[in-house]
Design a binder for this molecule. Structure first.
Ligand SMILES: Nc1ncnc2c1ncn2[C@@H]1O[C@H](COP(=O)(O)OP(=O)(O)OP(=O)(O)O)[C@@H](O)[C@H]1O
Length: 269
């Protein structure tokens, strides 16, 4: 395990940089400082996990990276491009981002294929192109054969697989995931962690994932960004060195257990 200080600097095509990015909700002095000014590099192609206690600003940081919240101060670069300029979002930077939430948020009246391909429909891709892409993505996420089914006919884990496919439909370089498996039972969650690792290894995307789960974080992460209790700040960055692909047997490794114990101590304090 190597501990690093907070790194800063530029980025390549699929990296993310926070330059003194801060988020204050409400009037300064009377509101909530969700994230203190933060300077941080999220490396392209890595699996970065945002971990921290409830209310520390994980979702706020992810939503700022997604362009869903404006920074109160500082700036955010996605693929080397500023996300905001003069109060407007940079559409080219946003195209680099796909988002997955805790709930799959599929439209119940659309088939799985139609849900997955909806972003392509909005981009003017014809039906044959949409169906071909949906079939390819269903294969990637492991739900081939369910293209014509409706969301209610799928399990929770399968719906999240479809949500990942939808986020990948327009081929963004970066996948942002907010507690994507938090609503799933423990066994399905473990399966989905393995599946996300496989999808990440097959696609080479940059993944930034928010979780409360220490073991999920250590299993998945290339790097863990540990945030402090509110007001959120980067408390520590931990490189997780285990080889890929990882399987559940890494839970037994002394080094895995030592990182988990270290993080638990940090979170308890
Ligand atoms: N839209 C908002 N308006 C006002 N305060 C907000 C808003 N969104 C978040 N906050 C506050 O900012 C702080 C950080 O919230 P955030 O949801 O980012 O934390 P979190 O670490 O993701 O929490 P959890 O793990 O419980 O989901 C909290 O105190 C929260 O109440």
């Amino acid at each position: 395990m190597t501990m690093q200080s907070v790194a800063a600097g530029g980025g390549n095509n699929n990296s993310i940089t926070l330059n003194g990015a801060e988020k204050y909700f409400g009037v300064r002095g009377h509101g909530v400082q969700a994230l203190t000014p933060t300077t941080l590099d999220i490396k392209g192609g890595e699996m970065t996990i945002l971990l921290g206690p409830s209310g520390c600003g994980k979702t706020t940081m992810l939503r700022m990276i997604a362009g869903l919240e404006t920074p109160t101060a500082g700036s955010i670069e996605v693929g080397g491009a500023n996300l905001w300029s003069n109060g407007n979002r940079n559409v080219d930077a946003l195209k680099q981002l796909g988002m997955v939430f805790q709930e799959a948020n599929l439209f119940p009246w659309l088939t799985i294929e139609e849900n997955i391909a909806l972003p392509l429909k909005l981009r003017g891709i014809d039906k044959a192109g949409r169906q071909a892409k949906a079939a390819e993505l269903c294969k990637l996420v492991g739900i081939s054969g369910f293209e014509k089914r409706f969301p209610k006919e799928l399990s929770g884990g399968m719906r999240q697989r479809a949500a990942i496919a939808r986020a990948l439909s327009y081929d963004p370089n970066i996948l942002l995931m907010d507690e994507p498996f938090g609503a799933l039972d423990a066994i399905t969650r473990d399966t989905m962690n393995g599946e996300l690792q496989r999808i990440w290894m097959e696609t080479g995307k940059t993944v930034v994932l928010v979780t409360h789960s220490i073991t999920e974080a250590v299993f998945l992460a290339s790097r863990i960004i540990l945030l402090s209790p509110r007001p959120g700040r980067v408390q520590e960055i931990i490189d997780v060195p285990f080889e890929r692909p990882r399987d559940s047997s890494i839970h037994k490794l002394p080094e895995f257990q030592s990182i988990v114990a270290h993080l638990r101590t940090q979170l308890e304090h």
